[in-house]
Design a protein around this ligand. Sequence first.
Ligand code: GDP
Ligand code: IMO
Ligand code: MG
Length: 427
Amino acid sequence: MVDVLLGLQWGDEGKGKIVDVLAPQYQVVARFQGGPNAGHTLEFDGFKHVLHQIPSGIFRPDALNIIGNGVVLDPIVFRREIDGLAKFNLDLHANLIISKKAALIVPTHSLLDAAYEQAKGAAKIGSTLRGIGPTYQDKVARQGLRIGDVLSPNFRAKYDKLVDAHKAILDRLNFDYAVLAESEEKFFSAVEFLKTFKLTDSEYDVNNALQAGQRVLAEGAQGSLLDLDFGSYPFVTSSSTMAAGACTGLGIAPRQIGEVYGIFKAYCTRVGSGPFPTELLEETGERMRAEGREFGATTGRPRRCGWLDLPALKYAVMLNGVTQLVMMKADVLNIFDTIRVCTHYQLPDGTITDQLPYDLCDTDVVPVYKDFKGWKTSLDGIRVFDSMPAELAGYVSYLEAELNLPISFVSTGPDREALVHREAVGV
Ligand code: GDP
Ligand code: IMO
Ligand code: MG
């Protein structure tokens, strides 16, 4: 079976930590979409490590890690990531496979990202500028390069053709690409480095593993509210971040999907532009940001913070067919006297609803809140549900009842060990 683990909010829910925790139960860990826009943080044994394109099972020596066909891969970032892993003495050439069908990010893709954002002015998406949108755009336009192309004797010609097309766009947008020569040098050297890894038709690797009875964990990037179809469009990323994306992004049949782990923070954050109904623009938001160290793992940008948004969470649970929930960063709420949860939205005409309106960007919704008493105590060392403060247990039970799903884990700190695990649900 393939179990899927994905973020239910606007990304940065803590996917990296939980994939790392679950990985020992799986023989294969695979990324199915996104690329270097992702930043997945793992903390263990006093180390803090951020992965961007490499799956978060990489620190578990028995797991095969696959970068699936749905991913967009930047060879320069890849090389940097591999270099960053050197001190861990992992056998990366044995434990990591890259799909030949994954899309190749070339240096002009990031320049195009920047040029499009500049042209949008105040309406910019707040992209990570890693070239994600333009690379997926080329894929959909059927003109992009794939990882397998680096093995072709005509690679340089294919590259030049694509980059000439990109330069024409950059010229039209009056965007200076003088930096390109330097990036190209790094790029071609990184491509040679990439070629030393196993580049395969990884859909066979995944399906052969399944045939052999192995367990596969599919690791999502970004989150459901950044999904291209169902997120707060156009303030989204350019891939399918949903459970369905695991099928197209790895080459697995829908009936192979088993558990769907949906991860959410005990509150909400968002990086970049776009609607955020429960955003806290005053001191409470500042305190949440400081307490949760809410700064982007990829770009270092401050994350916008706000209370938990149940209508949005219910929507994500519905679309993904979530079977188990994982609540992250409960410890960040230790400091608050009152913890609020948005249960409904009030629409401009006065209607109260728990459904997401068609266009959250152009509809001013007012959150309707339910207040909970804070627990105001440290969660350090708590490992079982029964030892949780009563107020936190009440918060968890309330969310389980509202979402009609078990919360299998409650995370209480960045470290691998800081986790409350509910045995009763049989995980
Ligand atoms: P991802 O993109 O979903 O993997 O999440 P990120 O790594 O971008 O952001 C999550 C951040 O929260 C990282 O800095 C983690 O180390 C940290 N983190 C994860 N779980 C917890 C937790 O339970 N409590 C606290 N305080 N931090 C956590
Ligand atoms: P992980 O996997 C949080 C956001 C960007 C921007 C929008 C589009 O770490 O959860 P893009 O670069 O994809 O064109 O940016 O999506 N974004 C993320 N926000 N976590 C991420 O990944 C993100 N990846 C993209 O900030 O608003
Ligand atoms: Mg992240």
